[in-house]
Write a protein that binds this ligand. Structure first.
Ligand SMILES: [Zn+2]
Length: 189
């Protein structure tokens, strides 16, 4: 049997690569518990190996689900700040995904009604400081029943419970698909 050796990949990286293959199989066969365990193991191994994980974890501000959600929210706004209307290039980080109710509530962290695309200034200097004005703005954007629903979800007993890796992956995939739909629609016009 011939074993093809890839460069001089170190044993930890090789091991992580193996785990990722198992992880893909777990996803395919919907072995979510094992998938989550493997995901955590991979993250832990990378951390121990002092390597920056390519799938950001909870220790980082943005997970894959956060990124996909943010990409969708900004595309939905056609890359314009939803308050001041300034247009930004597609990849610009100056246009941010702003949450109305805190991201620490996982029950609404990825809720499309709970976010808007805001430029850095409107996000940090207006939305978080001029609370009454931003609340009034929120009332213009959303109906009372949409706001009530967000508050209901925010008050659920497990609202701040972190999501598993497989749940995060599912969310990431969902928003990546929505983004694709948006892009296809805009091309069709
Ligand atoms: Zn703005």
């Amino acid at each position: 049997m011939t074993v093809i050796k890839l460069k001089e990949s170190n044993p930890i990286e090789a091991h992580i690569a193996q785990l990722k293959i198992w992880q893909r199989d777990c996803k395919k066969f919907q072995q979510t518990a094992l998938y989550d365990l493997l995901s955590e193991t991979i993250v832990l191994m990378k951390k121990l190996h002092k390597e920056k994980p390519d799938t950001p974890t909870e220790n980082f501000t943005h997970t894959a689900a956060d990124l996909a959600f943010s990409d969708y929210i900004r595309a939905r706004a056609n890359y314009c700040c939803e308050r001041c209307g300034k247009q930004y290039p597609k990849k610009s980080t100056a246009l941010q995904c702003s949450h109305h109710f805190s991201r620490r509530f996982y029950s609404i962290r990825y809720h499309p009604d709970n976010a808007a695309a805001l430029c850095h200034h409107c996000h940090n200097y207006w939305f978080s400081k001029d609370i009454l004005e931003s609340a009034a703005w929120l009332h213009e954007r959303l109906s009372q029943s949409q706001i009530d629903e967000l508050i209901r979800l925010k008050k659920l007993p497990n609202a701040t419970q972190k999501l598993s890796a497989s749940q995060q992956d599912e969310i990431a995939e969902y928003y990546r698909n929505l983004l694709k739909d948006l892009e296809n629609e805009s091309q069709a016009v």
